[in-house]
Design a binder for this molecule. Structure first.
Ligand code: DGI
Ligand code: FE
Ligand code: FE
Ligand code: FE
Length: 187
């Protein structure tokens, strides 16, 4: 399936503002992929499909997590986290995406994880800083692109963790391990 066919289906399945967010992620992910010299086509595919399960039925997502033996810890955390791994499942089964890196970029776009690939980082960051995002500090995150992908990713996951902590929300262990991975690297 080509990118335009994917976009048509995504447009039918998501409300307008969420579809516009997807277009923003696609634009930002493509720019970052170009800057950091990774596949722009893969960045575009992952961006288009990253939120494909955002409005899927909660019970259906739960059944997929169980039947596909996805990380069972997900079920102990907020169901907001489920659309990412279930989205990877939908990308594979419904859209025929086979590239494991693209699937991982969708799978880990919400939590991040330790040892992310460049594509995974690009999609995580693009999701956070695409043009429609307005939170305070977003412009500072965007500016970090000139300091490299890892500087951006570390700041992005740190921002997300601090945001969750400020709302007294439990942080999924993958996010904490993702952040600690960057801190450890610097030793
Ligand atoms: O789907 P998006 O809105 O574009 O963004 P997202 O997939 O990055 O995040 C979706 C939501 O998930 C967001 O409102 C924050 C929440 N979230 C992300 N990481 C965690 C989390 N919620 C909890 N409780 N724990 C997390 O680790
Ligand atoms: Fe998402
Ligand atoms: Fe995100
Ligand atoms: Fe998103």
């Amino acid at each position: 399936m080509d990118h335009n066919q994917m976009l048509e289906i995504v447009k039918e399945r998501l409300p307008e503002n969420r579809y516009n967010h997807v277009l923003g992620v696609m634009e930002t992910a493509t720019e970052l992929a170009k800057k950091f010299r990774i596949s722009e086509a893969n960045a575009k595919t992952a961006a288009i499909l990253h939120d494909i399960a955002k409005f899927s039925d909660r019970d259906w997502m739960k059944s997929i997590i169980e039947s596909e033996k996805l990380d069972p810890l997900l079920l102990e955390y907020h169901s907001e986290l489920w659309h990412a791994p279930v989205g990877a499942y939908v990308a594979k089964t419904e859209f025929g995406v086979e590239d494991e890196d693209v699937l991982n970029a969708i799978r880990f776009h919400t939590t991040g994880r330790d040892g992310m690939s460049s594509l995974e980082k690009v999609v995580y960051i693009a999701d956070l800083v695409e043009p429609h995002r307005k939170f305070s500090g977003v412009e500072e995150l965007r500016q970090l692109k000139d300091q490299g992908l890892d500087v951006m990713m570390e700041a992005a996951v740190k921002h997300s963790i601090e945001f969750l902590k400020s709302k007294n929300q439990p942080v999924f262990p993958d996010s904490l391990k993702c952040y600690e991975g960057f801190v450890q690297q610097k030793g």
